[in-house]
Design a protein around this ligand. Sequence first.
Ligand code: P6P
Length: 282
Amino acid sequence: MKDIFLEPIQRIAKRIKDAIDTKNMGYSTQENSSGDTQLQLDIKCDLIVEEELSLIPSVHTIASEEKEHEMLINKDGKYFVAYDPLDGSSLIDVNLSVGSIFGIYEEKWGARNMIAACYVVYGPRVEIVFSQTKTKLYLLQDNEFEFIREIRMDLKGNLNAPGGTQMNWPPFHKEMVDSFFKEGYRLRYSGGMVPDLHQILIKGGGLFSYPNTEDRPEGKLRKLFEVYPFAFIYRVSGGDADDGIHDDMMTLDHDHIHGTSQCFFGSKHEIAVVREVYRKNR
Ligand code: P6P
């Protein structure tokens, strides 16, 4: 199954990298379903992904952060692909890393139907991380992606990536985040989900958190094309993920293609701490 998607995603990564490197196109007059004003680059990257995925016969339906509705590709296909074509695109203005995220589901949407996940990080280098039964790292060199190594996380890390507006965090969440800093964890947060989670994954571990907050009572990050893909990747890599609400978020059925959720991704130790704190404060 990886062989069906890896090559198209490598083509997507090269085309989006080229799009990022071309002349700055500024903002469009449109908004996406999350209410973000779309960069013309967002729209261009969305079309790149749509074009490449549409060439795969086994793709049934696609759903994009940049599209209000899902899009039928081939009624005889069996894979449902959700994607965020250029996550964190507002960071391009300040020359920080951004990414593309893909969640691959079988027969229908929903965490329980996820069978693979992948992201591309566009930084000083372009890298792809693809998870199915193992998590594999690929690096773009001389315009070709080369397999580098399998990624495995340590049981405990020392990086702490606390998302969301701190003044809107629940007090028990702030106490938990501060407890990691008191243990010596180091703050690593750029505001880009892909590079922030890539750093924790590659450096062996830690915690990324984005809680429900007063201003975002259902969290901010989108389930189908952000939360579930990274939860899948972290678990396959020997880490863990949780939503602080359900016994196992990856058994949940589908609700809405733009549904959001609070989310925690990290090494097993840090996620166990999250589970204990959130169960106590339900
Ligand atoms: P905050 C980018 O807009 C994004 O969707 C993710 O890439 C990132 O993790 C998050 O929002 C950052 O949100 O509220 O911490 O700035």
